[in-house]
Ligand binder design. Sequence first.
Ligand SMILES: C[S@@+](CC[C@H](N)C(=O)[O-])C[C@H]1O[C@@H](n2cnc3c(N)ncnc32)[C@H](O)[C@@H]1O
Length: 204
Amino acid sequence: MDNDFFSNKKFLFDLWASSYDWLFPSVFYQAVQKRLLEYVDLPERSSNVLDIGCGTGRLLERLATQFPELRGTGLDLSTNMLRMARLSNRHHPRLIFIEGKAESLPFANGQFDAVFSTISFLHYLEPQQVISEIARVLSPGGRFYLVDITSNKEVEPQLLPISPRGIRLYSPNQRQLLGSSAGLLCLSHHYLLGFVLLTIFAKP
Ligand SMILES: C[S@@+](CC[C@H](N)C(=O)[O-])C[C@H]1O[C@@H](n2cnc3c(N)ncnc32)[C@H](O)[C@@H]1O
């Protein structure tokens, strides 16, 4: 995939990072994350989770507070988003933040009990590649929590011309197909806020 695409996305989120947690949209993102927590089910023992496109790390912060044994890794394309995440990390070394791309995850097979993606999957040009990577790093029985704005267009993903190369919205059915082509089972869908839909997948 061309480097311009990643540089443009990175540039956009690097610019946004320092105001991300206090601008109006973050109120929306944080409300979505709070609702998501109502559906999160993690193993009793200390679990190891990954947040892809973690931004400023707010979701991992919430998870680490709710699950005191949890260890978490946040991965993001944007150096500045990660800088903000590290600055407000109250759970180091249980939480760590690293730079990388969702399309090629720098982790071993079966390393995580759960993977999260909130309002980030819609940015990916190669969703199939990303979901295969997620399936690879999940342990058997692990869960993938996908939270994004959904669409009711069934033929192909709805393309909105915002952000470099647009964003892609997937219907519940399209999500299910994406998951199954990577060997993930779609367990359920839940509307969190307006058109923001949580889809929960399991790795058999
Ligand atoms: C709208 S923000 C959402 C951040 C956070 N998940 C939240 O809910 O507040 C989208 C994030 O995805 C990251 N991102 C976009 N494309 C990415 C990619 N290919 N790999 C890793 N991160 C990516 C951006 O840098 C940005 O931090």
